[in-house]
Design a protein. Structure first.
Ligand SMILES: [Zn+2]
Ligand SMILES: [Zn+2]
Length: 64
């Protein structure tokens, strides 16, 4: 059984810390709510990729 590709394991990220090593260059970034926006890159079948972001406090994606 394969998991849906949308299942991102945000628990790997160091919540409420700017020292997260899972995000990569440029992240975490400060959110307007005062939390940290984390980043995940998902590879797609066919070689593409998409970048997903989520704030560890308000749980909304980075608007940019
Ligand atoms: Zn992170
Ligand atoms: Zn936020």
């Amino acid at each position: 059984m394969s998991q849906p590709s949308s299942a991102i394991d945000w628990d790997r990220h160091a919540s409420h810390s700017r020292a997260c090593t899972q995000c990569g260059t440029g992240y975490p970034r400060p959110c307007a709510c005062g939390g940290e926006v984390h980043r995940e890159v998902m590879t797609l079948p066919g070689g593409g990729y998409i970048q997903l972001t989520r704030c560890d406090t308000c749980l909304t994606p980075d608007g940019r």
